[in-house]
Design a protein. Structure first.
Length: 78
């Protein structure tokens, strides 16, 4: 990730990511009929969903903050 402002924001938004892990754990546990544990759910989320989550987060942030000033944002939109 090249955008230092986004990196700072993501660090501040760690509680949001933890909520995503907890939410993922809930759905995995419901599907399996038992508590799968936070470690397994976190590992699965990172392996299967983190990139999409981070890209969505970055797109939202960049569309509001980086418009016209960030070379990373401009290169992604061309």
């Amino acid at each position: 990730m090249s955008c230092t402002e986004l990196a700072k924001l993501l660090q501040a938004e760690r509680p949001d990511l933890r909520r995503e892990f907890d939410r993922h754990k809930y759905f995995m546990s419901m599907e399996s009929g038992r508590d799968v544990g936070i470690a397994r759910a976190t590992e699965d989320f990172i392996r299967n969903h983190l990139n999409d989550w981070a890209e969505g987060y970055k797109d939202c942030f960049c569309s509001q903050v980086c418009v016209g000033k960030c070379s990373d944002y401009l290169s992604r939109k061309s």
